[in-house]
Write a protein that binds this ligand. Structure first.
Ligand code: NAD
Length: 502
């Protein structure tokens, strides 16, 4: 059995060594299906974090000189190992996060695709040349790694979100320090074990555990060149501001409030199923989860009636080792209470709750059923705030223009979806909706590895997004070289400026 599933205090990985940190502070890790404590995450001090950064810095010179073809081969082996350990990886996600096994398998698949993308690095990272840009002068641009990169990840995708980052960063020739969410550190440990087995040299990939003190050290340490962050908006903004103020490049993805627009001409049976999958998949804990359904015209009654009927029959229960559930628990008891509170907030603001997910579930898992809030108006808290749980708010409007206007009013801008049979409505929506990832009859328009994850507004801080070619660009810096080889005895005349000087 792997280290990840047997140790009480979660190990960190520094310079190729698994270490049990002597930490004064810890965070408890629970199995959300049972409510039982399964591990403790040590919280590294600034000094302990700096030691891991130094290990990554030490490994950098040799790794960045390693041919990219060899670096990519590590990813081919890594992919094979991930396939071999696929069920173990998925089961671990379910165990520490609580999503169903089917959802965990889908997550690991998305992660494997990132490794496949990174394995193509020799083609992706190529430079370009223009011979004879001036007489006898050739110009070339190539990409170099940036140095030590750090990744700080959220709890909701323990496997996939770390894989958004380090496979690309390290195949670009950087070394990496990953700080996973202290709530779900075990998947990262198993990913690290498999990466070492795939042949990554010591110090190229490191794991440190911690909270603000650890993160602040990553954000300010002079040997860290780049920071990738995924998490909630207030922290994403803090990471961006602090990292850039300390001279680092930063890509920082935040929270979301994703709108789902339902036109009256949509195929209602299909739409209701997709709305439910979008809002309640992973118990609503996805940054691309549908959160506000905006029903146009007569779609309102059909959407609310259909959802109450369909989601009301969901089998909600402990997901660990049990494939007979449609929805598992949320991450923590406090989170369950925070999400449920929104149902009371909605009522106090004048909305109705035709489906209330609060029930007496057996056992100590952090279970909450799916909820529907109806008659939501712009400006209500449930229309504007990220709830991050199995709750779908429904607003009713008279036209697509009104639905687009609600989007203009949204602080976030991750995903937005329209359900319609009208090409015109779909085009208007695609062209004008205020968000960076658009779905047309697709409930969760999360781009796959080859495309950038293009959050807008307060869903992303930075320039170059995670995933796709932008990910490679983020982890590399360009160098332009101009070359001239004069003939013997040729007198020097600046070939570039020749003819331009008075
Ligand atoms: P979070 O912001 O609480 O934590 C994310 C990371 O930041 C963790 O590693 C945590 O240890 C660290 N952190 C927390 N507080 C900190 C502080 N004060 N200073 C420094 N570091 C701190 O997010 P979460 O609850 O783990 O994850 C859920 C959030 O992530 C949701 O808002 C969700 O929308 C968002 N998310 C966004 C995307 C995206 O692509 N935009 C993807 C997944 C999740």
């Amino acid at each position: 059995m792997s280290t990840a599933t047997t140790l009480d205090v979660v190990p960190q990985l520094s310079g190729g060594e698994w270490q049990r940190l002597d930490a004064e502070r810890h965070t408890d890790v629970f199995n959300p299906s049972t409510g039982k404590l399964i591990a403790r995450t040590p919280l590294a001090t600034a000094e302990q974090t700096a030691a891991v950064i130094e290990a990554a810095a030490k490994a950098l010179p040799a790794w960045r000189e390693t041919p990219v073809v060899e670096r990519a081969r590590v990813m081919f082996r890594y992919r094979m190992l991930m396939e071999q350990h696929f069920e173990e990886l998925a089961a671990l996600v379910t165990r520490e996060h609580g999503k169903t096994l089917a959802e965990a398998r889908a997550e690991v698949n998305r992660g494997v695709e990132m490794v496949e993308f990174a394995a193509g690095m020799p083609s992706l990272i190529m430079g370009s040349t223009l011979p004879n840009i001036a007489t006898g002068v050739d110009a070339e641009v190539v990409r170099h790694p940036v140095g030590v990169c750090a990744g700080i990840t959220p709890y909701n995708f323990p496997n996939m979100v770390p894989l958004w980052m380090f496979p690309v960063a390290i195949t670009c020739g950087n070394t990496f320090v990953l700080k996973p969410s202290e709530k779900v550190p075990l998947s990262t440990v198993l990913l690290g074990e498999l990466l070492l087995e795939a042949g990554v040299p010591p110090g190229v990939f490191n794991i440190v555990h911690g909270d603000k003190e650890c993160v602040d050290t990553l954000l300010t340490h002079p040997k860290v060149a780049a920071i990738s962050f995924v998490g909630s908006t207030p922290i994403a903004k803090y990471i961006y501001e602090t990292g850039t103020a300390n001279g680092k490049r930063v890509q920082s993805a935040g929270g979301a409030k994703n709108h789902l627009i339902i036109m009256p001409d949509a195929d209602m049976d299909q739409t209701v199923k997709q709305l439910a999958a979008s809002a309640y998949g992973c118990a609503g804990q996805r940054c691309m989860a549908g959160s506000l359904a905006v029903a146009v015209g007569r779609a309102g009654d059909e959407v609310v009636g259909g959802l109450v009927d369909f989601a009301g029959k969901f089998r909600v229960g402990p997901s660990d080792g049990n494939e007979q559930v449609d929805m598992g628990p949320v991450i923590r008891d406090e989170h369950r209470r925070r999400v449920a509170e929104y149902l009371d907030i909605a009522k106090s603001e004048g909305a109705t709750v035709p489906l209330d997910g609060r029930r007496d579930f057996a056992g100590d898992g952090f279970l909450l059923g799916p909820s529907v809030i109806d008659q939501v108006k712009p400006g209500m808290r449930v229309a504007k705030e990220e709830i991050f749980g199995p709750v779908l708010s429904v607003a009713r409007v008279d036209s697509l223009d009104e639905a687009l206007a609600m989007g203009d009013d949204c602080d976030y801008g991750n995903g937005a979806v329209i359900f319609t049979r009208s090409g015109y409505a779909a085009r208007q929506f695609k062209q004008h909706f205020n968000a960076g990832m658009i779905g047309i009859n697709v409930g969760v328009p999360a781009p796959m590895a080859w495309f950038p994850f293009t959050g807008w507004n307060r869903s992303f801080f930075g320039d170059l997004h995670i995933q796709g070619v932008e990910g490679m660009q983020f982890y590399t810096r360009q160098k332009v070289t101009l070359t001239r080889w004069p003939q013997e005895n040729e007198s020097y005349q600046d070939p570039v400026w020749k003819g331009r000087q008075n």
